[in-house]
Design a protein around this ligand. Structure first.
Ligand code: SF4
Ligand code: SF4
Length: 500
């Protein structure tokens, strides 16, 4: 029986609350009210990440739980990039529970499995999966799940291993051709499915006219309703995660799932998939173009470039220009869905034409590939660009101490890449974080410091690693320049996030 079956079909996504940080009292209060409303409306599941909504999600949920006397079933997510051992995983879950003021999390999620190698690392003896088993034996969690962002073949292998009771995957009209076999495999293997990004990361809501073909007669021309119903229509799917920012959006999404789908789900799936294949210029992900002699992932490139067909949404605190937003949309998909990150921006295409001859949609793949490598260069989306950046910022600068702010996925990557490119540094790394809950904790064997300690610790440089809030953090740290501390942002203008 599905581990998600008893939940209300809409799960609350918690990464879109309109709150900017601990000082945003109005944003926090509105978000708490939103969560209370979700609890009162019968929503029973929330997808929680520790850093979601500027790191405020756990605290917002805790307060809503206390006010309503009700609780969601929640996820505690452990990402291999951050937590590598069973002990790390157990400590991370403890942090989640304390921050939300609860004693157990129904779901443990091995978060963001990018490829089969990450899966194998999670499964190693003494690794994250062993930590999950221990927590399950102790009754601190009930179910071991994962979220998959891996290439299709890897997802299928992971599903068939049957080590997870549930999976969370991206699923919408935009990737349905590709993802349907994955959902079929989950269904056949008895693995429960929660779907994220049912509106294609906001693209469908932003481009309702373009996607009006997804509406059946009973959807009253409402593309958002049609998209949510489509995501739920596959028999493997029990939960559709909706990230909402206000009570109107929440009520609208809840209303979709308080009634049965007016169109038989199988009919809906088949109808929408047929129409998706007719979208002009749209890559369906059928992969007939696979097999490039130069190893170019043409299908991945073309699917990610679907982003250029639509009005882009604001993302990562950036509201424009349009080209930047399209690039974010496209490269994010490379990063999350296809695990593609080129070493250099040199386009290896020899224009043999093999891919275009096989394309079912007659797409101009050769031009698109060339444009994609050009954009990779322009936005520093290559390993070489990252190496050059770290060289310019840190290598042989005579620094004794380099601060990374905040600690997390970006700072871990900076440390790992520096070591890979240049060996052990001649300086000491220091971690800083504005969240008081992290102060004094260890991250990768290093203590996390309160930023007010900067004058005493006297780093030569503080590298602002995050992408979303880099301007805000820079402003908050300006005061330390007077003590001789140099401040730098990791990301340049136009640059794609090093971690999405
Ligand atoms: S034309 Fe370029 S991208 Fe297409 S198969 Fe040939 S080398 Fe690969
Ligand atoms: S053959 Fe065409 S439609 Fe199919 S995945 Fe390749 S580019 Fe996309």
């Amino acid at each position: 029986m599905s581990i998600f079956r008893n939940h209300f079909p809409l799960g609350l996504g918690t990464n879109r609350f309109l709150v900017s940080g601990p000082k945003d009292i109005k944003g926090i209060e509105n978000s708490i009210e939103l969560v209370c409303h979700a609890l009162e409306s019968g929503v029973t599941y929330a997808d929680v990440g520790f850093h979601y909504s500027a790191g405020m999600t756990p605290m917002i949920l805790k307060e809503a739980f206390q006010r309503t006397g009700k609780k969601f079933s929640v996820t505690a997510k452990v990402m291999y990039d951050q937590d590598k051992t069973a002990d790390d995983a157990c400590k991370r879950v403890e942090l989640y529970l304390n921050a939300m003021g609860i004693e157990k999390a129904e779901y443990f999620t091995c978060w963001a499995i990018w490829n089969y190698e990450v899966f194998e690392n999670i499964m190693k003896k003494g690794g994250v999966y062993d930590g999950a088993i221990k927590l399950k034996e102790e009754g601190i969690i009930d179910h071991i799940c994962c979220s998959l962002h891996a290439p299709s073949e890897d997802m299928l292998k992971i599903i068939k291993s049957r080590v997870f009771e549930g999976i969370t995957v991206s699923y919408s009209v935009l990737n349905a051709v590709n993802m349907n076999p994955i959902l079929d495999a989950a269904y056949e293997n008895g693995i429960s499915v929660a779907v994220m990004n049912p509106l294609g990361g906001g693209i469908m809501a932003q481009n309702q006219d373009f996607f009006s073909f997804t509406c059946g007669e009973e959807d009253d021309g409402n593309t958002v309703h049609a998209a949510l119903r489509f995501a739920k229509a596959h028999p493997a799917v029990d939960l559709v995660l909706g990230g909402v920012s206000n009570i109107d959006e929440l009520e609208d999404c809840v209303s979709v799932f308080t009634q049965l789908d007016p169109e038989p789900p199988k009919k809906r799936t088949e109808r929408v998939l047929r129409s998706a294949e007719d979208m002009r210029g749209f890559c369906t992900g059928c992969r007939y173009c696979d097999g490039c002699p130069k190893g170019i992932p043409t299908a991945a490139i073309m699917q990610a470039r679907n982003a250029f067909l639509f009005e882009p949404c604001a993302a990562y605190n950036r509201t424009g220009p349009k080209d930047l937003l399209c690039n974010l949309q496209m490269f994010r998909k490379f990063f999350f869905d296809f695990n593609w990150f080129p070493d250099t921006a040199k386009n290896p295409c020899i224009k043999c034409g093999k891919c275009e001859k096989q394309c079912t949609q007659n797409l101009n793949i050769i031009d698109a590939v060339a444009d994609t490598y050009r954009r990779a260069e322009q936005t520093y989306f290559t390993k070489t660009a990252h190496k050059e950046r770290l060289y310019a910022l840190l290598y042989q600068k005579g620094y004794k101490k380099v601060g990374l702010y905040p600690n997390g996925g970006f700072s871990n990557l900076v440390i790992t890449l520096y070591r890979e490119f240049f060996g052990e540094p001649e300086f000491e790394w220091l971690h800083f974080n504005s969240d008081p809950k992290t102060w004094g904790q260890m991250a990768d064997g290093r203590i996390i410091h309160d930023p007010s300690k900067i004058p005493k610790l006297q780093p030569d440089l503080i590298l602002i690693c995050t992408y979303k809030y880099d301007e805000d953090i820079l402003d908050s740290l300006r005061q330390y320049e007077q003590c001789g501390v140099r401040l730098e942002k990791l990301h340049r203008v136009e640059e794609m996030p090093w971690v999405f």
